[in-house]
Design a binder for this molecule. Sequence first.
Ligand code: SF4
Length: 231
Amino acid sequence: MKISGLMKMTLLDFPGQVACTVFTSGCNFRCPFCHNASLVLPERIMSEELSEADFFAFLEKRTGLLDGVCISGGEPLLQSDIADFIRKIKDRGFKVKLDTNGSVPNVLRALLDEGLLDYVAMDIKNTPEDYAETCGIDDPPVDLIQESVRILLSCAVPFEFRTTVVDELHDEEKMSTVAQWISGAQNYFLQDYTDSDNVIRKGYHSCSAQKMESIRKAVAEYVPSAKLRGI
Ligand code: SF4
């Protein structure tokens, strides 16, 4: 496992659980609004990694203090030993939440089938037609992402879809199309973009509060559970 970062405690990342978050490095997308450029862009990835041994030494000291581990990225499902890593976490009695961009459905399905995941958060970047611009690569694997959506919609494990809403990339009509695509989702969160020095491409903007609310209303017609997050 390539672990590039560790947040020792979070009350926000894993719903209802006190958790730590490990950040894996490397991603197959280049979302311009990504806040984790130092985990995504090879030229910015920090050479210093946390070894698995050090991570598990940390985790064992947190037994009884933490409920779970969030695995975020980058894209964690690109790590060839992700299943083994999660088994080791579960063997120590911790729950696991996975953050994913949904582009590796065969691994997602295998982890779910083995009972290794307790919660999944999957990004929905935009409508299928707008995926390329929004995830920053020319030929995004939209069919694989659609397969991951189907897997989650039919699985028994709690999950959420989430979209980072960017003024230049999203509007009510597009988000209504997204909502029809993921209709049936038990949880859907709309997060307004916030600018930072660590984004992959500068020049994007957050939406007005009025636009976010109007998008939420458009989405709620098809996904009544849709909520704004962090606003
Ligand atoms: S926001 Fe995009 S580029 Fe950044 S880690 Fe997630 S999928 Fe990869």
